[in-house]
Design a protein. Structure first.
Length: 213
């Protein structure tokens, strides 16, 4: 398994648990199994869970207004596009296994091409066994940007081709592309385009996110 130096992906407000502090020596696949079992035991709670590449459990508060509206707008637009174009679009509750670095993450919205999706075996009750081609992360009013940038770098390191980090507070978007070490910064764009990864996909980021913050 490849070690990816990207920085912490845990938000400042998150509760971070090191399984080693609880007496567990599990790593890799065994640690992921323990993580999945842990989240299933707490499936009725409002908390959100991720597993960092370093093997730490990240417990995050539910998404409050207006962040929940932002996530719904982005994932819905992506889903509607995918109904015509194909592939698999998901929202903020979908968990993805990171194949190169390890870890389990839940992007605010994501899309995976049919070819990439069908090249993996997906097991009910486990994280999706592929890193998406495209991801969206949206900064909430309480988020620090640094963990979100780290998360975008993590996606790229695991095979994501295009990613949008939307900073609703400052009306900015950081565009992450495969093969580019630094993101492109867009100041107050009205729309965003899916480029060659999502042909024909456009998202009215000003209308659905910036003007609803």
């Amino acid at each position: 398994m490849t070690t990816v130096e990207i920085g912490t992906i845990a938000p400042d407000s998150a509760l971070v648990i090191n399984p080693g502090d609880l007496g567990s020596s599990a790593t890799g696949v065994e640690l992921e199994k323990l993580f999945v079992a842990f989240t299933k035991r707490h499936s009725q709670s409002p908390w959100q869970f991720e597993l960092s590449p370093e093997g730490k459990i990240i417990i995050m508060a539910p998404t409050y207004y207006p962040g929940s509206m932002h996530e719904n707008a982005a994932s819905s637009a992506l889903f509607l596009w995918a109904m015509d174009f194909g592939g698999v679009a998901t929202g903020p509750t979908a968990a993805y296994r990171l194949p190169r670095s390890g870890g389990v993450v839940a992007p605010d919205a994501a899309w995976t091409s049919a070819d990439r999706w069908e090249s993996h075996t997906h097991v009910a009750g486990e994280p999706i066994a592929v890193c998406p081609d495209f991801v969206i992360e949206i900064r909430s009013s309480s988020d620090n940007l640094a963990p979100l940038h780290a998360k975008m770098r993590l996606y790229n390191a695991n095979g994501t081709l295009l990613g949008w980090l939307i900073d609703a507070r400052n009306r900015r978007v950081y565009i992450y592309r495969a093969g580019q070490p630094e993101p492109e910064l867009l100041e107050n764009p009205a729309t965003l385009a899916g480029e060659d990864v999502l042909p024909g996909f456009t998202f009215e980021v000003a209308r659905w996110i910036f003007d609803r913050s």
